[in-house]
Design a protein around this ligand. Sequence first.
Ligand code: FAD
Length: 330
Amino acid sequence: MEREVMIIGAGLSGLTAARVLKEAGLDVLVLDKGRSVGGRLATRRVGDGVADHGAQFFTARGERFWKQVEAWIDAGLVRVWGYGWSDGSLKRTRNDGHSRFVVNGGMNALAQYLARDLDVRLDVQVTSVQYTGVSWTLTDSQENIYNARYLVMTPPVPQSLAILNRQYVPLMPDDLAQLKRIEYAPCLCGIFRIAGDVALPEPGAIQNFNEPIYWLADNKAKGISEETIVTVHAEARYSRKHYDAPEEEVLAFMRTYVERYMREGASIVETQLKKWRYSTPLTTYPQDCFVAEGLPLVFAGDAFGGRGRVEGAYLSGLCAGQTLVATIKG
Ligand SMILES: Cc1cc2nc3c(=O)[nH]c(=O)nc-3n(C[C@H](O)[C@H](O)[C@H](O)COP(=O)(O)OP(=O)(O)OC[C@H]3O[C@@H](n4cnc5c(N)ncnc54)[C@H](O)[C@@H]3O)c2cc1C
């Protein structure tokens, strides 16, 4: 059956676009290779606890996103965690007045909320995208075929370009060049389950971009976990250099940072490593979404709009949805 619109990716941008299209009465199907919706809004069960291992919090700098965040707060979904982070020194945590928002239950709960009543198919890895001249044909890793009139691609751009069958998708050379310019930083993420307590400075995290390990956060202090689970993020240079290093080596290095904040008697009982090849965009495209010239194809995601991050992904999804509603409904 041919769908009106198909969206690849059930991360924040894909789900936001899908909601706009559905609310406009359009028929939309979202495909994602993951076992759950959310993409980089990722939360994992660890022992009896929970850890956010992708996005940790978000800010709202612009008015449009503020309004949306206020609605999520009213719905009991989102709350403020703090107004700044300690850099790990003896100085007090700096309050810069900007709210850092988190999602009750973990960041992934926001994606679950947005995916409610949408037609989303999980465990569908799209491997090839072709344009016939009137519609799109997508093939997944199980050789299933999906057809649609319009297509929105929201994976990190290098992943989107890798599945576009260029022989059958006549992207303009200038469009291709612009898209190829978009790059992302990798991020190695450690998850440490701890018996006992840690003493990360209030509100329960450290952020210091001068360190190879720039982020440590206590998911218990964050209010999403019963157990003490610390999320650790390595900065881009370290992550790139050690991306293929043995896991034990990376975890041992991260461990030296975690141990600084463990209270007496606390011990590490479990460690996990998650590798994000595309964590946050390093170069972005200035418009909120990217309409391919001469094709019913829109690219969206946090790399569009110049903001990056959760706010950028949301606004990009909004742009993709609204652009297609305007195109289809004329
Ligand atoms: C470690 C880390 C820390 C971060 N910290 C923060 C933070 O503190 N604050 C902040 O604001 N932002 C943070 N971010 C960034 C934030 O998570 C992203 O900007 C945002 O979630 C991106 O949403 P998206 O929809 O653009 O992309 P994604 O969430 O990546 O969604 C793309 C989706 O496409 C799917 N997909 C990819 N290829 C295929 C395919 N071939 N077939 C089917 N599906 C496919 C993926 O499974 C994924 O679900 C962080 C990200 C990471 C990884």
